[in-house]
Write a protein that binds this ligand. Structure first.
Ligand SMILES: Cc1ncc(COP(=O)(O)O)c(C=O)c1O
Length: 352
């Protein structure tokens, strides 16, 4: 791998106590090109604008997939990723659905390790501090024929983030708009899945909600995801989450929660859950928690939901499963407790 270091670091000009999510980037980025059927020229270069022709596939036909993960620093200065091979598997699944070429696992993992090693000082220790890692692939061939690009770029950029608490969320259950449809791309982390959520989410925000709970596109009956998180509903002492079908992103936090819950005597059911069942449980006082799960905040509690013009509030519960599960995952990520699952992966340069 070729490495070109930045001549001047921006580290000392960065105010780490005042970071806005996703606006600050580290000194370097990773780039690799796909040409003539092969990934070539993996390199780390200073973070900077890239030149790309206006006819590139990504602008017209949207061949673009990405990943979202985080790097954490423990108190001894070691940097850790959480289940990075799962992100690799998922970007491969996303790429296949978008007719994009597969990356080699070693390209993905060595790029992450080399880049994070070079920009390690940007990762600050302390719970909540991390570097958000954004790998992405897009069609870069300059050709406006509506067909798969023959050229792609795989890049990784890093953005330092600090601890934040965005409060419990007020959500609106979707009755008109859909995030994903059967046979579509909902299970892929395709850029277009996000662009198409902005409009309905903006409408919900005008009505005072933070996010939308996405439901199945056919009947708008079954809960699928909470904004850009997977969703869990706790009825009595069982947490229920939808199975990952082709309309749901297979979240790494979701699958970690299911495993940890099973190992900590928290009952989990993976099955379709309808809004009618949730409302009935609410009316009987059996609806104890709803929460979303995802890399950004691990677990986000939901304090109320709106459905058919009515709002349903959830009382703050003692012995919250959301808090318990968040705490265990966070401690594994920051190397504060043993990791019985082998999920933590220490960052160290692996040259290829
Ligand atoms: C649509 C969607 N669902 C769920 C998730 C949660 O996935 P993960 O736990 O892997 O971050 C994300 C975030 O990445 C997402 O964008």
């Amino acid at each position: 791998m070729r490495i070109e270091k930045a001549s001047i670091s921006r580290l000392n000009d960065t105010d780490f106590s005042n970071l806005k999510f996703g606006e600050t980037f580290t000194d370097h980025m990773f780039v690799c090109d796909y040409e003539y059927g092969k990934w070539v020229d993996p390199r780390i270069i200073p973070y900077k604008p890239i030149e790309i022709e206006p006819s590139a596939n990504v602008f017209h036909y949207g061949q673009a997939v990405f990943e979202g993960m985080k790097a954490y620093k423990d108190d001894s200065g070691k940097i850790w990723l959480f289940r990075p091979t799962e992100n690799y598997k998922r970007i491969s699944i996303s790429s296949e659905r978008l007719a994009m070429p597969e990356l080699g696992e070693s390209v993905f993992l060595s790029a992450l390790n080399e880049l994070l090693t070079l920009d390690s000082e940007w990762v600050k220790s302390g719970i909540g501090n991390s570097v958000y890692v954004r790998p992405f692939i897009f069609g870069s061939e300059h050709c406006i024929a509506a067909s798969p690009s023959k050229k792609y770029k795989f890049m990784i950029i890093l953005s330092p983030v600090q601890s934040y608490y965005n409060g419990a969320l007020k959500v609106l259950v979707a009755e008109k708009y859909s995030r994903a449809a059967n046979g579509g791309v909902g299970y892929a982390k395709a850029a277009g899945n996000y662009g198409s959520q902005f409009y309905p989410t903006g409408l919900a925000q005008k009505d005072g909600y933070d996010q939308i709970i996405w439901t199945d596109s056919k009947d708008h009956k079954f809960l699928e995801e909470a904004g850009t998180m997977n969703i869990f509903v706790r009825i009595d002492d069982t947490i229920i989450t939808a199975p990952t079908t082709d309309t749901i992103l297979d979240g790494i936090t979701r699958k970690s929660i299911i495993k940890i819950a099973n190992d900590n005597n928290i009952k989990v059911e993976v099955r379709p859950i309808s809004i009618d069942e949730v409302i009935e449980a609410h009316s009987k006082g059996r609806l104890n928690e709803i929460f979303g799960s995802g890399t950004a905040v691990v677990v986000s509690e939901i304090s109320s939901f709106g459905y058919k013009g009515k709002n349903y509030d959830l009382k703050k519960i003692e012995n919250s499963y959301a808090e318990t599960l968040k705490s265990i995952i966070t401690k594994i990520q920051y190397n504060l407790i043993k990791d019985p699952y082998g999920w933590r992966s220490e960052v160290s340069a692996i040259k290829v």
